[in-house]
Ligand binder design. Structure first.
Ligand SMILES: [Zn+2]
Ligand SMILES: [Zn+2]
Length: 279
């Protein structure tokens, strides 16, 4: 039986990045999968959308990521590629907490594999504030850990914009140039990976998640990347037996041979989660 590593050992892979993500991705892919990574000098991911909003991202995050990696594969004529895409905004369940969703994907055209790891995290300095004076700006900067993390300042109509500000001199220049004393400005952390060490750490952790998933093989056909979970809700209430929203079953299906593993939850739901007993 071959191991996942044998699918990849000694192969070359392109990392689709403009913002130095290879610094955290390459060592993990090399150590665990024996892959030799490279980047394309001048590869421009901005055409797929930017955080500051000059270029709108039109596709969903996962489609954007797939398009980026495929562009890098076409350009470099390779059959193995990796990439990352992040999205930032309010937490889906807790709207006042900012969070990040990082996706890291591998596309292997040789073995027809697409494997993706997804990491929803509250470990982010993402936020946005309208700033009217320099004191408010300084308070905001503290909250995003400036200057180790860079900031973006922009005018409300998006007319003026300065990105990648990571020192006090540039900051005062930018706030003057954009007219902080006369206009309100929008401030947000620069989420590009090389300007945001917190985000870079999350990309590293998500790359490790992807490696772990690649190393899991289907018990039947042995293809790498076995582990996409499908959760089925409907765990019965322990009082009345009515189906609740809690998970009753987890199914993992191989995307190649359709082999399935299913795990049943071996308990009943507390009546606290039951619409019948606790409406
Ligand atoms: Zn399989
Ligand atoms: Zn019940």
């Amino acid at each position: 039986m071959s191991t996942s590593v044998e699918f990849f050992k000694g192969r070359k892979a392109v990392i689709a990045t403009k913002h130095s993500k290879e610094t955290v991705m390459q060592p993990l892919l090399n150590e665990h999968l024996g892959i030799d990574c490279f980047t394309i000098p001048g590869f421009d991911t901005d055409v797929f959308g930017t955080f500051a909003g000059e270029v709108e991202r039109v596709l969903s995050p996962i489609d954007t990521l797939r398009a980026k990696i495929n562009a890098a594969l076409d350009m470099s004529q390779q059959d193995l590629g990796f990439g990352n895409e992040g999205s930032f905004g309010p937490h889906p369940q807790i709207p006042f907490i900012p969070c990040g969703l990082e996706l890291v994907m591998m596309i292997d055209r040789k073995h027809k594999l697409e494997i993706v790891a997804s990491n929803l995290t509250t470990e982010t300095n993402f936020r946005q504030e309208t700033i009217n004076n320099i004191q408010a700006l300084e308070t905001f900067l503290q909250s995003i850990d400036f200057p180790s993390h860079a900031v973006i300042l922009k005018q409300e109509n998006n007319a003026g914009l300065k990105k990648g500000i990571n020192n006090w001199e540039d900051l005062y220049q930018a706030s003057q140039a954009l007219g902080l004393e006369t206009n309100a400005l929008i401030a947000e952390p620069d989420m590009r990976a090389l300007f945001n060490p917190t985000r870079m750490e999350t990309i590293k952790a998500t790359t490790q998640m992807l490696v772990d998933k690649i190393l899991q093989q289907c018990p039947e056909c042995h293809m790498p990347g076995f582990g996409d979970e499908q959760k089925i809700s409907g765990l019965p209430c322990e009082w009345c037996g009515e189906a609740t929203d809690l998970m009753k079953q987890k199914i993992i299906v191989c995307q190649h041979c359709q082999y399935q593993v299913s795990y049943e939850v071996d308990q009943k739901a507390s009546p606290m989660y039951c619409n019948q007993c606790n409406p």
